[in-house]
Design a protein around this ligand. Structure first.
Ligand SMILES: N[C@@H](CCC[C@H](N)C(=O)O)C(=O)O
Length: 282
């Protein structure tokens, strides 16, 4: 069958967005992998499905699949594109929408400057809920990472946070030379993260400005990761290194993140861009 889609991106983190309200299709893992292929398919980091709400207090249901076909709980850049998509395609007349993901509700608002403000909910710091294997919540944990290739053991200091999806954040002195391609995959599949994890490398420039690169679970390094930016700011604040409002510079551009501390939601503001529309046979 032929399905209509829109290609979008949030700071270069790119998406295939499909309206599953007016169309019906079941995409299998292998089909999603094929569509995500940058040579043989459309090419994207995540597939976003716009579905009718499953409960009365929300406007839509939002489903997210990584390029490897795995379904995931949350996607920050995708959430901003989701808001732009449903408003631009007149699927809602509201400027402020509530969206149900597979493990929570987020609130999205298009601001007068065209950017999208997302209430990402409160970060989860309890290890079992991240999920991460540890006895109690701490700002930092030491992990032992084994490299099979070099037969060495390395100790790294990380923060572990869930923004609906699991994140691990490391500090680096130089973002350009951070070991994203080597340490990223080792940590992504580390045994203490039973559901795998997204791995962020953060260089703190000052208390209100950081650089960040993220090795995403199920994708690899992306141009930007919204939930990764939220997790990095939470990690920096828990370690006493950042203020409540921080600009995060990712390879694809900048996000504004605000967190007022434990129990408060993380607010993320940034752009959402449409690239083109198309149809594909699945
Ligand atoms: N790009 C995203 C995160 C997408 C999901 C992630 N790869 C995971 O597996 O949890 C973002 O902008 O947050």
């Amino acid at each position: 069958m032929l399905i209509k889609f829109t290609k979008m991106h949030g700071l270069g983190n790119d998406f295939m967005v499909v309206d599953m309200i007016s169309q019906h299709a079941h995409l299998r893992t292998e089909q999603i992998k094929k569509l995500s292929d940058r040579n043989f398919g459309i090419g994207f980091d995540q597939l976003l499905l716009v579905e009718p709400p499953g409960r009365p207090d929300v406007d839509f249901r939002y489903r997210i699949f990584n390029a490897d076909g795995s379904e995931v709980e949350q996607c920050g850049n995708g959430a901003r594109c989701f808001a732009r998509y449903v408003i631009d395609n007149k699927l809602t007349t509201k400027n402020r929408i509530r969206v149900e993901t597979c493990n929570g509700i987020i609130e999205l608002e298009v601001t007068p400057d065209g950017r999208v403000l997302v209430d990402m909910g409160a970060p989860i710091l309890i290890p079992a809920e991240i999920p991460f294997v540890a006895d109690s919540p701490l700002a930092e944990y030491e992990l032992s990472v084994a490299s099979k290739a070099t037969e060495t053991q390395e100790k790294v200091i990380i923060s572990a946070i869930s923004m609906g999806n699991p994140h691990c954040v490391l500090l680096t002195d130089d973002i350009k030379t951070a070991p994203v391609e080597t340490l990223g995959p080792l940590l992504e599949s580390h045994e203490r993260f039973p559901n795998k994890v997204n791995v962020g490398f953060m260089e703190i420039i000052h208390r209100r400005f950081v650089h960040l690169r993220v090795y995403e679970r199920g994708v690899g390094e992306t141009m930007a990761c919204g939930t990764g930016a939220c997790a990095a700011v939470v990690a920096g604040q828990l370690r006493g290194l950042l203020d409540s409002s921080v600009e995060v510079k990712l390879p694809g551009g900048n996000l504004q993140i605000e967190w007022l501390g434990e129990g408060h939601p993380v607010m993320m503001k940034g752009p959402a861009t449409k690239v083109f529309e198309g149809q594909v046979r699945v």
